[in-house]
Design a protein around this ligand. Structure first.
Ligand SMILES: Nc1ncnc2c1ncn2[C@@H]1O[C@H](COP(=O)(O)OP(=O)(O)OP(=O)(O)O)[C@@H](O)[C@H]1O
Ligand SMILES: [Mg+2]
Length: 267
């Protein structure tokens, strides 16, 4: 299963990715977290690692090289082909070079690439690489890939989701977040994603949860679960730490089980 976690900036995507990854491991899965957010660099910390992996972009000659190809008259397709010959057609988790993947107890973390300098150019090469990596990624039945997507919807324009089977939209209690959820839902449907669900995040009360669920129902978006506002998570994030036994870890149990059962039954 390949799950893409999307939503508005700051809605709680990386937190939900971490909660899901922890729960998937608790259920006996091997998890590959794919950091596809080219701006924020802290996912490794929330997942409990003390340094980030070397980005996969380095495997294909660096962002500049891919960008040069795009600039020097190569079409996006040709640039992809060039990358394809540098890598194999099917990538298994165990094939990923050790410096490009961090591992700990059935958890792996890879990162596509980060924009680190000003005037470095656009993030299109990252989008192409994300899409190609996810397409080639070949998982066994006991493996799950969870993608921490960049905020917003640009990744849909780059086709990153084309080989994703499930899209999880993180919705925080705000009008903007609901609006964006509607767009993501439509875009995901448009590219034929089988499973699209919303998960509520940072919800302060059950009253607000019902209200948000009502809004999502009106928009025809299926809500799969709710993570309440959790002081422990907020505090850990403030200190740049991974969160331990947060209340949200209990709430994610049912969400994860629903995702697996619905994905397997095709709903
Ligand atoms: N359930 C929660 N309870 C309390 N705080 C939360 C919760 N979920 C996320 N947060 C806090 O909200 C902030 C944003 O969360 P997070 O980094 O997971 O969002 P994001 O969508 O990945 O953001 P970005 O778009 O910047 O990547 C962080 O400070 C995080 O600790
Ligand atoms: Mg994030």
């Amino acid at each position: 299963m390949k799950i893409s976690v999307c939503g508005k900036g700051g809605s709680g995507k990386s937190t939900v990715v971490t909660l899901l990854a922890n729960q998937a491991r608790a259920r006996g899965y091997r998890v590959l977290v794919v950091d596809s957010d080219e701006s924020n660099s802290g996912l490794f910390r929330i997942l409990g690692f003390d340094h980030p992996p070397v980005p996969l972009m380095e495997l294909v000659g660096g962002k500049k090289k891919v960008q040069e190809k795009l600039k020097s008259g190569y079409s996006a397709d040709e640039a992809e082909t060039a990358m394809r010959v540098m890598t194999q057609e099917n990538i298994k988790v165990d094939d990923i070079p050790s410096e490009n993947i961090l591992k700990q107890d059935n958890l792996g973390l890879v990162s596509i690439g980060k924009i680190l300098q000003s005037l470095e150019g656009c993030a299109c090469p990252m989008g192409v690489l994300s899409r190609e990596f996810l397409r080639k990624l070949s998982l066994s039945r006991d493996e799950i890939a969870i993608v921490d997507m960049e905020a917003g919807v640009e990744h849909f324009g780059r086709g990153v989701e084309t080989s994703i089977d499930s899209v999880l939209i993180v919705v925080e209690p705000s009008f903007e977040s609901l609006q964006l959820a509607e767009r993501i839902n439509k875009l995901s449907r448009g590219i034929g994603v089988d499973n699209i669900w919303a998960i509520l995040s940072k919800v302060p009360s059950n009253g607000i949860a019902s209200k948000l669920k009502g809004e999502l129902d009106t928009k025809g978006i299926d809500m799969i679960g709710c993570i309440h506002y959790d002081e422990d998570i907020f505090q850990s994030s403030l200190e740049g730490l991974s969160f331990g036994k947060a209340k949200a870890s209990e709430e994610i149990i049912d969400v994860f089980d629903s995702i697996v059962s619905r994905a397997n039954s095709g709903h």
